[in-house]
Design a binder for this molecule. Structure first.
Ligand SMILES: NC(=O)c1ccc[n+]([C@@H]2O[C@H](COP(=O)([O-])OP(=O)(O)OC[C@H]3O[C@@H](n4cnc5c(N)ncnc54)[C@H](O)[C@@H]3O)[C@@H](O)[C@H]2O)c1
Length: 372
């Protein structure tokens, strides 16, 4: 029996709701595909912080390090000042575990409504690789004369050749196994220091991957191209801040924040990777059962693909897509069921032997580029 030792951090708001739905689907996959997921739940997030003052601690880091992977719900609560949980926990985990790549597929699934008129699934199937530990998210900077009319804020963006090189190399390998096209997205006409370092790294590594065609798009132009011509892209590699922004745009194109999944990958096997939907804790709908759990379910499938359970991952994807296509609306009271109901419907289909979704799946990408 294959056993995977997985940490579960449900977090805040809709995090626990979408996590519960994902775990129903995971249980169905275990019985259908003959593996065991040993789950350990960890209490972390806003309530835990308000009660204990604890964010990311060395003790938690040590315990999480022993797991094969981490499933994460979402964190954030209006009772906690913005930035405390995000920087104090989420960014701290990505940094401590060197989860260098944030992998975000942008795939329009058949039957899913997109706000882009005329867009078809064949034209929208790309993967965005966001650098996940550097850039403007390193948390360095200072404010002098804070709270006065003369306040000066300096927020630094840190870009290192090794940090860029590891995500660019991963992106080349990914593109090589997909349609063979890599696009660098930056703002090198204005942010010339960082932009040139990114471009130089892409140019240098391109020699190793002659089969991959290389392209460049400014981040502002990306906001135009992505909705109207997503077929232009196969793999997009970009820095932390730009990636954060353009992947929300990507999510909208593929049906909304509720359906978009992600993986935070440690590339050298020194620590667990972490899997989460790209949305936050959505306090505006928490407790109502209005959250779409498909982003979290697909993130769980990505986790399984990374752990070597490709067949189960593809089956979850196929089941989720079938259920998604049948929802009258993709979130809110018009979904026709609630968050748990969507989870139950997907779980019921996981072992049904549905054919895999047409086109390239990120589940195959992850299984193919399995880290050490
Ligand atoms: N990785 C994370 O945990 C993460 C990511 C982003 C934001 N946050 C935090 O989450 C909190 C809320 O942030 P926000 O409102 O800017 O972003 P959000 O992603 O939580 O919500 C944005 C909008 O999308 C909707 N939405 C989100 N997920 C949905 C789902 N699964 N189904 C249906 N609708 C969904 C919400 O109702 C809201 O209207 C903040 O504290 C923020 O810092 C955390």
């Amino acid at each position: 029996m294959r056993t995977h030792n997985i940490a579960v951090i449900p977090g805040d708001g809709i995090g626990p709701e979408v996590m519960d739905a994902s775990l129903m689907v995971l249980a169905a996959a275990e019985s259908a595909f003959g593996f065991t997921a040993e789950l350990t739940q960890y209490d972390a997030g806003a309530q835990h912080y308000l009660r204990t003052g604890e964010l990311w601690t060395s003790d938690l880091e040590e315990r999480l390090r022993g797991h094969d992977a981490i499933l994460f719900g979402a964190m954030g609560d209006p009772a906690v000042k913005p930035g405390i949980l995000e920087r104090g926990f989420i960014l701290a985990m990505r940094k401590a575990f060197q989860q260098a790549v944030n992998l975000r597929p942008v795939k329009l699934y058949p039957g899913v409504a997109t706000p882009i008129a005329g867009l078809t699934p064949e034209r929208c199937d790309l993967v965005i690789v966001r650098e996940n530990t550097e850039g403007a998210y390193v948390g360095q900077g200072s404010t002098v004369h804070a709270g006065t009319p003369n306040a000066v804020a300096v927020q630094e963006s840190v870009n290192t050749r090794p940090g860029i090189e590891r995500v660019v190399d991963y992106s080349f390998r990914l593109a090589s196994s997909r349609r063979g096209k890599l696009t660098l997205c930056h703002k090198k006409n204005i942010l010339i220091e960082a932009g040139n370092l990114w471009q130089d790294t892409v140019d240098d590594l391109s020699v190793k991957y002659p089969e991959v065609e290389v392209d460049y798009v400014h981040v502002d132009a990306m906001c135009f191209h992505l909705p109207v011509a997503p077929e232009r892209f196969d793999v997009v590699v970009t820095d932390n801040l730009f990636g954060d922004i353009i992947t929300d745009l990507g999510a909208v194109i593929q049906g909304g924040l509720g359906v978009a999944a992600s993986a935070n990958l440690n590339l050298d096997g020194s620590a667990p990777s972490m899997f989460e939907a790209i949305h936050g804790s959505a306090p505006d709908i928490a407790g109502k059962g209005w959250a779409n759990p498909v982003g979290a379910v697909l993130s769980t499938a990505m986790c399984l693909a990374q752990l070597g359970e490709q067949e189960a991952a593809l089956a979850i994807e196929a089941a989720a897509v079938q259920v998604l296509a049948g929802l009258p609306e993709l979130s809110g009271p018009g979904m026709g069921t609630d968050t748990a109901g969507v989870g139950k419907e997907i779980a019921a289909l996981v072992g049904a032997g549905l054919p895999p979704v047409a086109g390239r799946s990120v589940m195959e990408d992850l299984a193919g580029l399995k880290v050490k």
